[in-house]
Ligand binder design. Structure first.
Ligand code: ATP
Ligand code: MG
Length: 351
């Protein structure tokens, strides 16, 4: 039976990339699946250990989940630090994964920058905590933006190595499940998780630089549209977004050679829930002086109700904390069942 897991870090203001690439998919998946959505506060420490507004950012991401339409009664919404098993399984996965696997991660290279020796050890080990987040619930599917594809592949590698290294023990204890890995049917404890990536907004780029993805942690606020920006700010950021002087083309192939233009068309398509082709059919031959205001109107239309609801929810932090506490209790119950098995598989003595 499918189980959906995903997480968002409390590292700053949520932006259009987070919404279109991840949160909106979380909402769509909840109608037909069991879902667990997590504010991954432990992950946020990899970038910045001292974090003055960590608590309010954790609440704000939660508010965005709820304001976007995630139902915390039917599904589990919680923050990672409440469930200690995440850190426990991450340690075990640190011993399953190889240093070489981590060194190859492009997010590590991007975030560590030139002074790699000075990056936190946590930043290097980030993907192993992410694998733990997912596999603690034996989740089968993970909706994410395209930037997380490589980490999802690593999660699969960790699950496979664990299943393989402990195959005899898993068989002895009779706690494995049959699963398909490529051509083969194998018996394993952890599922080989599938990413859910795609659509026109799987990778939204910075409004200032078409070669960088839009990020919460980008120092330039003009690089992103925040979920909570007001109408004037959204219009200003789109007006100032970097573009080229040519009008929009009619063919997708031509658009592909113009990353900034393609990005704005992708954002429009994502917000309107349509395809880039369809947006081009509507705007082919138009100048950005026409397209940008249309995009700004659409963005305000879609984001203003979410921002309003987030503000309403943030006025009552007690309610948000109660949601996280309840979600944490339910998550912990599942997580501890998994960890009992894992300790048993490995041979760690415990109760
Ligand atoms: P940070 O810069 O701190 O890493 P972030 O913007 O990358 O912040 P995350 O919390 O790391 O946000 O990611 C949350 C989810 O949003 C993930 O599923 C990620 O793939 C997705 N996501 C992040 N940026 C984009 C983007 N530019 N386009 C589409 N999806 C994105
Ligand atoms: Mg990120």
């Amino acid at each position: 039976k499918p189980l959906i897991f995903s997480g968002v870090q409390p590292t700053g203001n949520l932006h259009l990339g987070n919404y279109l690439g991840a949160i909106r998919k979380f909402v769509a998946l909840q109608d037909t699946n069991e879902c667990i959505y997590c504010v991954v506060d432990l992950h946020s420490l990899t970038a910045q250990l001292v974090h003055d507004d960590l608590q309010s950012q954790t609440r704000s991401i939660t508010a965005a989940f709820l304001a976007s339409g995630i139902d915390p009664k039917k599904h589990i919404v919680f923050n990672q630090a409440r469930v200690l098993q995440h850190a426990e399984l991450a340690w075990i996965f640190n011993c399953v994964a190889r240093i070489g696997w981590m060194n190859r991660m492009t997010q590590f290279k991007d975030k560590a920058g030139k002074d790699r020796e000075n990056a936190s050890l946590g930043l290097l080990a980030y993907p192993s905590l992410m694998a733990a987040d997912i596999l603690l619930y034996r989740a089968t599917h993970v909706p994410v933006g395209e930037d997380q594809k490589q980490h999802l592949e690593l999660t699969r590698d960790i699950a496979q190595k664990f299943n393989n290294d402990f195959s005899a023990r898993i068989a002895d204890l009779d706690i494995g499940v049959e699963m398909q890995v490529g051509e083969e049917t194998v018996n394993g404890y952890f599922p080989i998780t599938e990413p859910i990536i795609g659509g026109p907004a799987a990778r939204i780029m910075s409004l200032r630089d078409g070669s960088k993805k839009m990020s919460k942690s980008d120092p330039s606020d003009l690089s992103r549209i925040n979920l909570t920006d007001d109408a004037d700010t959204i219009s200003k950021k789109i007006r100032k977004a970097k573009t080229d002087p040519a009008p929009l083309p009619s063919e997708l192939d031509e658009l592909k050679e113009r990353p900034e233009a393609e990005n704005l068309v992708g954002i429009y398509a994502g917000l309107a829930d349509t395809t880039k082709e369809e947006v081009l059919r509507q705007f082919a031959g138009q100048q950005f002086s026409v397209f940008k205001p249309a995009l700004a109107d659409l963005a305000v239309d879609k984001l203003a109700p979410i921002a309003g609801e987030m503000r309403r929810l943030m006025a009552d932090p007690g309610h948000i904390d109660a949601v996280l506490r309840d979600g944490g209790d339910r998550a912990r119950a599942i997580a501890e069942t998994t960890m009992k098995d894992v300790r048993d598989i490995i041979g760690l003595l415990g109760d």
